[in-house]
Design a protein around this ligand. Structure first.
Ligand SMILES: CC(=O)c1nc(NC(=O)[C@H]2CNCCN2)sc1-c1cc(O)cc(O)c1
Length: 130
C-alpha cells in the first residue's frame, strides 16, 4: 500500500546517494562503467555476472532492489569480479585489487554507519510479503 511505496522510495534515495558518492570517488573510476568488451574481449569468458556502478544506478531506478541486502549482493559483484579477473602479481592486477578491496570496505562502512537496521527490517518484511 502507500506506506510501503514510501518506504521503497526512501530506500531508492538511500541507495542512489551511496552509489553516486562511490561514482565520484577517483579510486573507483574503473568500476563506474561496464567493462568494454571490445577493449577486454576475454572478460566475459572469466566473469559470468559483470556489474558496475552505473548499472547499480539503473537497477535502482528500475525498482530492482526492495532491500539493502539485495543491493549489496549486486554491489559485491563489482569488487569480486575485479579480484577474480586480476589474480596475478602484475602491478596493474595489484592496483585494481587494492581498489576493489577499498570499494568493498567503503560500501560496508557506509551501510554500517548510515543504515538503520529497523529500516532494513521493514524492507525485508515488504520483500517477504510479495
Ligand atoms: C575493472 C577491471 O577489472 C579491470 N581489470 C583490468 N585488468 C588488467 O588490465 C590486467 C589484467 N591482467 C593482466 C594485466 N592487465 S583493467 C580493468 C578496467 C579498468 C578500467 O579503467 C576500465 C575498465 O572497463 C576495466
Amino acid at each position: 500500500e502507500e506506506q510501503e511505496e514510501d518506504v521503497l522510495r526512501e530506500l531508492r534515495l538511500f541507495l542512489r546517494n551511496i552509489t553516486e558518492r562511490l561514482s565520484l570517488d577517483r579510486r573507483f573510476k574503473a568500476f563506474t562503467k561496464p567493462v568494454d568488451i571490445e577493449e577486454v574481449p576475454d572478460y566475459l569468458m572469466v566473469i559470468k555476472k559483470p556489474m558496475d556502478l552505473s548499472t547499480l544506478l539503473t537497477n535502482i531506478d528500475e525498482h530492482k532492489y526492495v532491500t539493502v541486502g539485495e543491493f549489496m549482493a549486486d554491489a559485491d559483484f563489482i569488487w569480486k569480479n575485479a579480484l577474480e579477473y586480476n589474480p596475478d602479481s602484475d602491478p596493474m592486477d595489484r592496483n585494481i585489487r587494492h581498489r576493489a578491496c577499498a570499494l568493498k570496505d567503503t560500501v560496508r562502512a557506509i551501510i554500517r554507519d548510515e543504515l538503520d537496521e529497523d529500516f532494513e527490517r521493514v524492507c525485508e518484511e515488504i520483500r517477504e510479503s510479495r
